[in-house]
Write a protein that binds this ligand. Structure first.
Ligand SMILES: Cc1ncc(COP(=O)(O)O)c(C=O)c1O
Length: 408
């Protein structure tokens, strides 16, 4: 395809802003149409956990697509691919989560969780945290904070309330027996890699038990080894009633899931929820292979170790660039560099790009690093060196205050 064809096609998009045209990827690298290589520390927004075009994924797509891609679901037909995925998930899910529903995106899985909470409790009020991000459907936007997304589409779904992220004060007054569900990210992703305290989550669990409301843990971004645990939930010793998953689950194919306790699942009747592509055999086959690979190769341990190295390197950069970097936060390979000013985010992103590295611009003055979980120490060192060079460029440049169009 010619460059002109690509440029002409841009006018057919709803939003035209697109600078980099990625043509292919392999491992932690992607190449643009001119052949320029980039170290990819976005992993397609935290999705391609095994890197790009990993043979495990390529082979699973090839084998399954040659057999069958789609068959009717909702209890009408079943597939060996779905069976294989359920059995792989059973090996890795936190205890107590015994039943599964499949979806196509994180937002869709969260939407299903909110629906189920309504059905179980007969209530509709949902509590979420300031700074949360749970998706872009109307229901999930309603429980997401931040002016850039949710507040463009007011009013929210009625009966929604926010708690101050990680602040125990006043929470006992907000969570009462009118609440259907509390939905949380154990580590806020779009909110800037902000973990919840263990005691806080334990208190939320106690409140949910006391008032018989559903605790939903959104592991869409944190799941599948991203934080150095298979699920972030494993580090919290708190059992959710529902856990949602997405992003890394199928290494790049659009896929998501909702796991729940048997008690909740028993209340679901055939036809309560569904979707044409939910649990399609192609995505199930790929997800099963991705999960098996992550589990059998103990990728969570490798991620945890590399995360410790990463923290040391990022702290060093913080000490070297105190006028630019305010804070760094690292959990496994989920990393945030918090800058002193929001308007530094885009220039740093662009300087990284000029140095051959893609990073994830985020709200609240944060740049996130979300590389493939198979990143090696050498690739990490190369990334740090490019980042350091980009930070040096930022330090000597008087940055204009730009509005970050298209920022997620
Ligand atoms: C924690 C969390 N939940 C839900 C979502 C929405 O997932 P999706 O974009 O697949 O709908 C995201 C996406 O970034 C997320 O980070």
């Amino acid at each position: 395809m010619s460059v002109k064809d690509i440029e002409d096609s841009l006018s057919l998009q709803v939003c035209r802003k697109q600078t980099l045209v990625i043509d292919r990827g392999e491992g932690v690298h992607v190449w643009d149409v001119s052949g320029q290589a980039y170290l990819d520390f976005t992993a397609g927004w935290g999705v391609t956990c095994l890197g790009h075009s990993h043979p495990v994924i390529v082979n699973a797509i090839r084998d399954q697509s040659a057999r069958i891609i789609q068959n009717p679901n909702s209890g009408f037909t079943y597939s060996p691919a779905r069976a294989a995925l359920l059995l792989e998930l059973k090996k890795v899910l936190p205890p107590g989560l015994e039943r599964m529903f499949f979806a196509n995106s994180g937002a869709e899985a969260n939407d299903a969780a909110l629906k189920l909470a309504r059905k179980i409790t007969g209530r509709s009020k949902v509590i979420s945290m300031t700074g949360a991000f749970h998706g872009r459907t109307l229901a999930t936007l309603s429980v997401s904070g931040g002016s850039q997304n949710a507040e463009r589409y007011l009013p929210r779904v009625p009966g929604q309330a926010f708690c101050q992220h990680n602040s125990i004060e006043g929470i006992d007054d907000v969570i009462d027996s009118t609440v259907a569900a509390v939905i949380i990210e154990l580590v806020q992703g779009e909110g800037g890699v902000r973990p919840l305290d263990k005691a806080y989550v334990k208190h939320l669990r106690d409140l949910c038990d006391r008032h018989q409301c559903v605790l939903i843990i959104d592991e869409v971004q944190t799941g599948f080894c991203r934080t150095g645990r298979f699920f972030a939930t494993n580090a919290y010793e708190v059992a959710p009633d529902i856990m949602t998953m997405g992003k890394g689950i199928a290494g790049g194919l659009p896929f998501a899931a909702m796991a729940m306790t048997a008690r909740l699942a028993d209340a679901v009747e055939l036809g309560d929820h569904g979707g044409t592509y939910c649990g399609n055999p192609l995505s199930c086959a790929v997800a099963a292979q991705v999960i098996r690979y992550l589990n059998e190769n103990r990728i969570e341990d490798k991620v945890e170790k590399l995360g410790i190295v990463a923290m040391q390197d990022l702290l060093r950069l913080r000490d070297r660039f105190p006028d630019t970097i305010k804070d760094v936060r690292v959990l496994g390979l989920m990393m945030a560099i918090e800058l002193n000013h929001d308007h530094q985010v885009w220039p740093l992103t662009e300087f990284c790009q000029q140095r051959g590295m893609l990073v994830t611009p985020t709200k609240n003055a944060v740049v996130r690093l979300l590389p493939s979980l198979l990143l090696t120490q050498e690739e990490w060192r190369e990334g740090v060196s490019r980042l350091e060079s980009a930070l040096s460029m930022l330090a000597v440049t008087r940055v204009a205050v730009v509005s970050p169009g298209g920022l997620r």
